[in-house]
Design a protein around this ligand. Sequence first.
Ligand SMILES: Nc1ncnc2c1ncn2[C@@H]1O[C@H](COP(=O)(O)OP(=O)(O)O)[C@@H](O)[C@H]1O
Ligand SMILES: [Mg+2]
Length: 193
Amino acid sequence: METNIMRLLELTRPSLEQAYSILDRAGFEEIAHGSYAEIFYRDGDPFVLRLYANSDRAYADFIEFAMDGTHRGNPHLPRFRGRPMKVNNEYSSVRMEKLAPCHMVDIVTDMQMFVVFREHYARHPKDDPKENPEYQKAIGILELKPKLLELLAALVDDLIVKHGYQDDIDINNVMMRANDTLVLIDPVCGKGF
Ligand SMILES: Nc1ncnc2c1ncn2[C@@H]1O[C@H](COP(=O)(O)OP(=O)(O)O)[C@@H](O)[C@H]1O
Ligand SMILES: [Mg+2]
């Protein structure tokens, strides 16, 4: 039986410290963390609980991007369960599918390459991408995964060029499903770091 831990957090509005103890008592264990988020998991669940700082605007906008009608359904976006919930002024929580670490290092490098150059060509339309073998190579590899290429292009156009975030594609921000689908979990960050 799945206890609705989100509901409990919503009702009690705990501080972060109190949330840790609520989660602990409910059988959740912290399985990973980054600079802005902590990931909790309870054995047997298909979902993890991600607690993250409200100051991480890039992540909030990424969730919006991922849930919006245009991109929703792209297999390379994480699947969220329900909407994110603002627990209090400090942090929010969201449930998302449990994923595994990414073991395809090379393709993450191609993804990085693609994103960095695509941003460059969006900002410098006079430069000719045809003259850039590294960019062409990355496109060539990503073309084998057209939905991933489409998603990365949308990410650059929308979150990076329009919203002004910085790309943050690295091996810690790309994960995999059991069937080896690549999933972008945290692809942009705020400017300035
Ligand atoms: N859905 C998930 N399933 C399993 N582990 C996850 C999941 N999401 C994130 N993680 C782990 O937590 C780490 C931090 O998550 P991330 O979303 O990148 O937060 P941050 O903004 O702090 O970098 C990831 O590098 C990964 O190891
Ligand atoms: Mg991260």
